[in-house]
Design a binder for this molecule. Structure first.
Ligand code: ADE
Ligand code: ZN
Length: 322
């Protein structure tokens, strides 16, 4: 239909994509072979068949297992180049890409190989792409602080820091000092909050960590005062519709609250989160949402505009897209 065509072809930005979540099973197997890594699954088909998740943690367990094949700078390059090619096909003009260095440095991979490999693929792409270093919230704040210090020789290769992994039991305030340090360094700040965790985690991401965007944030609607605040402050949410269905945040796409968020006046964006695991890249997220919710052309334009407005592009570059 007309609207599906417009949604697919319109220029857009992607603001919530974990690069390790773009590793397709085929590439996992190719890298395992190249690096002599033994996988717990006998075949691509067996691995893909294991992609049935009951919640965030059941996904994270398999996501970290998949990332174990990444050892060399070239592996990080190849993964990122593959994502950017898919993004380009979906008319993504700008991507702000998360990476999880602790997943790799804990296996002995040098920080420089992680950052240089991902960054080199970004530099070689004609999609504009910047990097956001994420701390794993199931690990300690001291580990996050050491990770930030280890990344400082590569300070010019990432624009911000984020917070991801197991949410419940690991509130934003656990990372107060490392976010304060990142803020001093002039880095942009984002955090996953209100995906599985309560609205209180969105409040503390805002008031304790001083984040500039909330990743997911869909549970904000349980708190009317928080909802009003997010709208009033134009605090963008990076919503990931297919992720929310696969991780059982909502029962099905018809139950997703994306339109309610828009109707509440919130700056909503659509993103893919971990496209290799959740059944699609950015256009598949847009299409699944538009197929299931009563969204029109105005919404399509609003969502694309929001994606650039909420980006960390410099004002003059942002203007070209708005
Ligand atoms: N890491 C990768 N994807 C994630 C998600 N959806 N939530 C938290 N951590 C993640
Ligand atoms: Zn995420």
């Amino acid at each position: 239909t007309q609207i599906r065509h417009i949604v697919q072809n319109m220029p857009k930005a992607e603001l919530h994509i974990h690069i390790e979540g773009s590793l397709e099973p085929e590439l996992i197997f190719a890298l395992a072979q190249r690096n002599g890594v033994q996988l717990a699954y006998p075949s691509v088909e067996a691995l893909r068949a294991a992609y049935a998740f009951k919640d965030l943690q059941s996904f994270l367990d398999i996501y970290y297992a998949g990332a174990s094949v990444l050892l060399k700078e070239q592996d990080f390059y190849d993964m990122t180049a593959a994502y950017l090619a898919r993004a380009k096909a979906d008319h993504v003009r700008h991507a702000e890409i998360f990476f999880d260095p602790q997943t790799h440095t804990s296996r002995g991979v040098p920080m420089g190989d992680v950052i240089n490999g991902i960054h080199r693929a970004c530099a070689d792409s004609d999609v504009s792409a910047t990097l956001i270093l994420c701390f794993l919230r199931h690990l300690s704040e001291d580990d996050a602080l050491a990770t930030l210090e280890a990344a400082l020789p590569y300070r010019d290769k990432f624009i911000g820091v984020g917070l991801d992994s197991s949410e419940v039991g690991h509130p934003p305030e656990k990372f107060t000092r490392v976010f304060a340090r990142a803020r001093e360094l002039g880095l942009h700040l984002v955090a996953h909050a209100g995906e599985e965790g309560p609205p209180a985690y969105i409040w503390s991401a805002l008031d304790v960590l001083h984040v500039e965007r909330i990743d997911h944030g869909v549970r904000c609607l349980e708190d009317a005062e928080l909802t009003r605040r997010l709208a009033a402050e134009k605090m963008a949410l990076t919503v990931c519709p297919l992720s929310n269905i696969k991780l059982r945040v909502f029962d099905d796409m018809g139950q997703h609250n994306l339109l309610s968020l828009l109707d509440a006046g919130i700056v909503v964006t659509i993103n893919s989160d971990d496209p290799a695991y959740f059944g699609g890249y950015l256009n598949e997220n847009y299409l699944a949402t538009f197929d299931s919710l009563p969204l029109g052309l105005q919404h399509a334009h609003e969502l694309a505009k929001n994606s650039f407005a909420a980006s960390f592009l410099p004002a003059e570059q942002k203007q070209k897209f708005l």
